[in-house]
Write a protein that binds this ligand. Structure first.
Ligand SMILES: O=C(O)CCC(=O)C(=O)O
Ligand SMILES: [Fe+2]
Length: 373
């Protein structure tokens, strides 16, 4: 298993903030000012921004992979995947092959973890100069607004980057299920990326070279009930700095919203489905064809919400930039090339601010408007 001296990889850390779950246990009717959003960021009442009749595409991975093994160059499911990645940047997958019993077991252990007494969770808290552990990310200053959320974050793959101090302290069954979940989600991610290579007309080897031995991070999010949900956000608007993210919504409480044509659209939890989204790195690799979409989390007054995001990127030494095959095909590169380390250092040094990180990678003339659609 993991190397005992391993201290993980490190992109600096965020400021220490109080546990929101502990705060929400107090008999409060108002939230502290640090959680009250400025007007433009407040979640609107649903009635004034009604997008309830719109939903993200659902893709049946069983049919997608079945037609792939028949080596058809075209299939309607592949076409659906391509348009979902281009037009939505988000979709849900069903018949994804990750066993229901693993999803159930993992869910139970994650929920148990967040219910542990704070003293137990604090044994796993983020240490000096590390993002991994229990705490919060992206808090860059004392006057920044805070998310109504506690989180636990670990580097899960490759194994050599696992922080052994954290893994050893995890409740053993959670550690076992996390390990199994990480393996299954990596397989699923790589399989979806392979289909995307095909849909984009990229060389399959090009996608494999970037992602077969990639880096995986797991972030578990706990959103407690909030006495003033119309003033707070569970997760500030952001896009993910990854290749692909697979999100498991553990509870039935909705909360994830994506920005679609200027409106916030909810991604409602579906039974046995996983949410997939394009991250900034895939947006870059696809030379802007696939879209990394801004999303946020809202909270509710009576229900807690729990989600697990699994972020997958290329391996650490890799230089990221538009795929050469697509640059040749499009006759232009829309993004600069940087190493993954440089990219992440910049991402984690900021507070979350929509898609600002992707903008910084764009070659100037493309900053305003995408040319491919
Ligand atoms: O909880 C959610 O649905 C969103 C989480 C998310 O966007 C993230 O962890 O990056
Ligand atoms: Fe996200």
């Amino acid at each position: 298993m993991e190397n005992h001296k391993n201290e993980g990889i490190n992109f600096g850390r965020s400021l220490i903030v109080p546990s929101v779950q502990e705060l929400a246990k107090q008999p409060i009717t108002k939230i502290p000012p640090r959680y009250v959003r400025q007007h433009h960021q407040k979640p609107l009442p649903v009635s004034s921004d009604d997008t309830s009749n719109i939903s993200v595409p659902v893709i049946d991975l069983h049919s997608l992979f079945a037609t792939a093994s028949e080596s058809l160059t075209y299939s309607s499911e592949l076409n659906k995947l391509h348009s979902a990645a281009k037009e939505w940047g988000f979709f849900q997958v069903i018949n994804h092959g990750v066993s229901e019993s693993l999803l159930e077991d993992f869910k139970r252990e994650v929920l148990k973890f967040f219910k542990l007494p704070i003293e137990e969770k604090q044994k796993l808290c983020q240490k000096e100069d590390s993002q991994e552990g229990f705490g919060q990310l992206f808090v860059a200053s004392e006057d920044q607004k805070l998310d109504w959320c506690d989180m636990f974050y670990v580097n899960s793959l490759p194994h050599k980057f696992r922080n052994s101090q954290i893994f050893q302290k995890l409740p053993p069954i959670l550690r076992e299920k996390l390990d199994a979940y990480s393996t299954e989600i990596k397989k699923l991610t790589v399989a979806i990326l392979g289909q995307m290579a095909k849909a984009l007309g990229m060389g399959n080897e090009e996608m494999s070279a970037l992602f077969d031995d990639g880096t995986q991070f797991i972030r578990m999010n706990y959103y407690p009930p909030c006495p003033e949900p119309e003033l707070a956000l569970g997760f500030s608007p952001h896009s993910d700095a990854t290749g692909l993210t697979i999100l498991y919504q553990l509870t039935e409480t909705p909360g994830l919203q994506i920005r679609k044509d200027g409106k916030w659209v909810s991604v409602k939890p579906l039974p046995n489905a996983l949410v997939v989204n394009i991250g900034d790195i895939m947006d870059i690799v696809s030379n802007g064809v696939y879209k990394s979409i801004e999303h946020r989390g809202i909270v509710q007054s009576h229900n807690e919400r729990v989600s697990v995001a699994t972020f997958y990127s290329s391996s650490m030494g890799t230089e990221i930039g538009p795929a050469q095959s697509l640059v040749a095909k499009h006759n232009v590169a829309k993004f600069r090339r940087v190493t993954l380390e440089e990219y992440y250092k910049d991402f984690f040094a900021r507070k979350l601010e929509g898609k600002s990180n992707l903008e910084f990678m764009k070659i100037e003339e493309f900053n305003e408007k995408a040319i491919y659609s």
